[in-house]
Design a protein. Sequence first.
Length: 109
Amino acid sequence: MPITAEIAIRDSLPKGPKQARHEADQNGWTLEEWRVLPTLLGKPGAVYFDKHSGKLIFVADGLGSAKAAVKFDPKKLKKGTMNWVVSAFRVSDEAVAGAVKGGEWDIVQ
C-alpha cells in the first residue's frame, strides 16, 4: 500500500508514446486537459478495476462530451511509494457501459 494518497505523473506521459497512441486513436488529451488532472481526480464519477490489465480506472466528467479516464497500476507500487498515473484518455459513456457489461471492468466505486 502507498504511504500517501498523493498522485503523481511523469513529465513524459503527456507527450510520450502512450499519448501518441491515444492521439492516433482520437482519444488523447490536450495539454490544457492534462493541466486540470488534479481537479478531475478530485471528483471521479466512478472507479473501475480492469480485470485484464489489473489497473484501476478513475472516470470523471470534464472533457466536453467525453469522460476522463485515468489509469493507475497498483501492481507496480512499491511499499511506501506514490500513486503514479500510467495512462489518461477520453472515453464515452457507451465504451464504459460496454466494458462493464462485457465483464472487462468491475465497478469499485
